[in-house]
Design a protein around this ligand. Structure first.
Ligand code: TXA
Ligand code: MG
Length: 349
């Protein structure tokens, strides 16, 4: 299959490309498009055959449900069986935006989209191009991250091309995404509502609206014996080719330990990558050092994380040592993804 790649920088000026994407989606095809979190791989969510194509293109396990993307609040009523009061409050506060809510599904949503579940995940993205493509495609677009299963999520069209060129009908290139980690997932079918995946909408922000909010215990770390409640979270996502270790402790000690470990590996003849920050990159004296962002603003770290992991894959490093981050605010999403990529391999200094 030939994959068409079209740039959309302004949905009004690039209306032909939006219409082309919409036509492909309505005919049951696959279109990757940017959102504010990561690029999504879209298909008509109400067409089971179209949704199935997503699994084939990504190599995704069929029990891993898809998120339905909508562009307007009135679309929600058609795909869920009831809208809890809390959902209105959350939508008012955070939609369009980086939060996915889980509801009981309406009959019209095929099990092919929900991985066989009676619940459905829904998100309204805050991205002009995403919303235009959703509208043009009929209003209900299933979209997982547009990567091959097991690779870091794509934050630029080039990443989508690396993974999916030849396997999907079209890639809409809208440049780099803003946030860089996937949406927060909140299950509204349980009491209290439960966070199944941390993202840019944090627990504190949700508590501000809902009061009590629970967190899936499986998010707590490698020691957890629980199976994650979001089926996709049990797979070892975001795994770089190199062995990634996260080094925790006070910054000075972390720098010293990463220098020591990197030198040791280089003396053994291995290629080493280091993930540092604006504040620290000048302090490393070996390895291939990359700057992920500034400690002053961990949103910058979130937006570079997946691109850095992909860059290291392309540079054939065998070991990567990364500094760790606060775990506050968006830092909790960063640490969740980084620790998963590391298979929870942490070195304490
Ligand atoms: O930011 C995002 O959410 C991006 C962009 C494209 O919108 N999408 C995304 O989709 O991250 P995906 O498929 O890569 O991740 C969806 C996650 C998976 O872990 C899946 O198991 C979970 O959502 N999920 C979907 N439906 C669910 C449901 N009914 N119950 C529990 N978990 C669900
Ligand atoms: Mg994904």
């Amino acid at each position: 299959m030939k994959t068409r790649i079209k740039k959309i920088t302004n949905v009004k000026l690039d209306n032909d490309a939006v219409r082309e994407a919409g036509k492909i989606l309505k005919e049951g095809g696959l279109v990757a498009f940017p959102t504010e979190t990561v690029y999504g791989l879209g298909a008509d969510a109400l067409n089971a055959r179209a949704a199935e194509k997503i699994y084939a293109a990504k190599g995704r396990p069929s029990d891993n449900p898809l998120i339905i993307h909508i562009a307007h609040m009135d679309a929600l009523g058609r795909i869920v069986s009831d809208i809890p009061e809390q959902a209105h409050a959350l939508a008012g506060a955070f939609w369009p935006g980086p939060i996915t809510m889980i509801f009981n599904k309406a009959e019209c949503v095929p099990y092919g989209t929900t991985g066989g579940l009676d619940t459905v995940a829904v998100r309204m993205p805050d991205h002009e191009t995403a919303r235009a493509v959703i509208d043009a495609g009929g209003g209900y677009i299933a979209a997982p991250s547009a990567n091959t299963s097991g690779r870091p999520s794509p934050t630029m069209a080039e990443h989508v091309r690396e993974d999916l060129e030849g396997k999907i009908d079209m890639i809409v290139d809208g440049g780099s995404v803003e946030i860089g980690v996937e949406s927060t997932i909140l299950d509204l079918t349980v009491t209290p509502p439960m966070i199944l995946r941390p993202g840019a909408v944090t627990k504190e922000m949700l508590e501000g609206i809902l009061g009590e909010v629970a967190e899936d215990k499986a998010l707590l770390g490698a020691d957890s014996k629980e199976a994650p409640k979001a089926p996709g979270m049990k797979y070892r996502h975001y795994a770089p080719k190199a062995k990634l270790s996260v080094v925790e402790g006070q910054t000075e000690q972390v720098i010293r330990e990463i220098n020591r470990l990197s030198r040791e590996k280089e003396e053994e003849g291995s290629r080493v990558g280091i993930i540092g920050t604006e504040e620290t990159v000048g302090r490393y004296d070996c390895g291939l050092v990359k700057c992920i962002g500034t400690r002053q603003d961990e949103a910058t770290v979130a937006s570079r994380l997946y691109a850095i992991l992909r860059e290291f894959d392309g540079e054939d490093v065998e070991y990567i040592f990364s500094e760790s981050f606060s775990g506050d605010g968006i830092g909790s999403a960063v640490m969740n993804r980084l620790l998963k990529a590391a298979g929870h391999h942490v070195i304490h200094t």
